[in-house]
Design a binder for this molecule. Sequence first.
Ligand SMILES: C[S@@+](CC[C@H](N)C(=O)[O-])C[C@H]1O[C@@H](n2cnc3c(N)ncnc32)[C@H](O)[C@@H]1O
Length: 390
Amino acid sequence: MANWGKTHEIQITETPRKGRRSSTPIYQTDLGSTYFGDSLGVLKTKPLGEHRGNVQLVFTSPPFPLNTKKNYGNLQGEEYIRWFTKFAPLLRDMVTEDGSIVIEIGNAWIPGEPVMSTQVLEAFLRFLKKGNLHLCQEFIWYNPARLPSPVEWVNKERVRVKDAFTRIWWMSPTTRPKADNRKVLREYSSSMKRLIETGKYNAGPRPSEHHIGTESFKTDNNGAIPPNVGGVEALPSLDVAITPKRFAELLEQNTNLLKAANTLSTDDYRRFCLDRGAPVHPARMPSTLVDFFVKFLTDEGDTVLDPFAGSNSTGAVAQSLRRRWLSVEANWTYASHSIGRFDPTSIASTCDEITVTEMDHTSTGQAQDEDTHAADASSSSTSEMPLFTS
Ligand SMILES: C[S@@+](CC[C@H](N)C(=O)[O-])C[C@H]1O[C@@H](n2cnc3c(N)ncnc32)[C@H](O)[C@@H]1O
């Protein structure tokens, strides 16, 4: 996807220019813009203000009250809750009347004790109230690739198990936001496909007191309705007779698939950062997660906003699904290097601190395969003319 270093080169200043205005995007595509700054301020600037009431989906993963501070800093306790809830009315004003605000936050633990903090839950509840929002549904995102944590209790004392999920709250000003689960159907399991094909299954009462009708499962709805637990897409449904051994095999397979998917989707971005000596964002969101909510809650042409954009996985997924997007990130290095998620040809403009140049391959006098060029850097020169200006 990304041809940075092959067809295009880029220079990014280490720090933003003194006195740069947060209302100037740092880069833009035909569909979206990334802004650098504290979103509490940036959301009030004119360019973002123009989108007030027009954003169909706010999709974000804010910093959460961690015990150990990550590079991007985290508040704790009441201070965190007060800071977080300031965003509620601000984001509520940004969304359309049938819009959604989807927030993902990991779990927090009490420092020095093997007990969980309820701060995230409190923060969510106060956010709902202050924004006058409805909780449309809660989701759990299972992350099998997560390293064991909290290390002290899981690895050393062995008194807790691996914390492997994050919580996602889907909120809206209305009880009926725009949503369509037909856009996120999962492939039927092989047993379900067989059942639809043959039309044979045991109708009648179940121990759960549900009554399965004779026609209930005969219609092909083009896929299964997904559950509100994400990250487990390839797991067999529990109503299927399956041996523990087969379940373990499928779990292993699924874990590897997910790991592969998550790794592949961020590979270009990682390489972009590493090649330029920049830190890779430590808390990137899996693109499969962004993809699910963008498809579920928006249509092509709708606008998606991420006020804590980090490496801009939201913007990149929105771009690939032809949604408009707006991203805000307070860390210069993360914000500027998130451009590495986009193909250079999709970048429409950049600010003064970012210079994109098309690499001039004509000096060799012959058309060559891109990869041959990349391997032989000496045959390529970068043109002096910047491609884009702010
Ligand atoms: C959990 S990360 C988001 C990761 C992102 N979803 C991704 O996939 O890369 C939270 C981000 O919020 C940024 N941030 C923290 N406070 C902010 C603020 N007031 N305004 C804008 N960004 C902020 C941090 O720098 C960090 O990159």
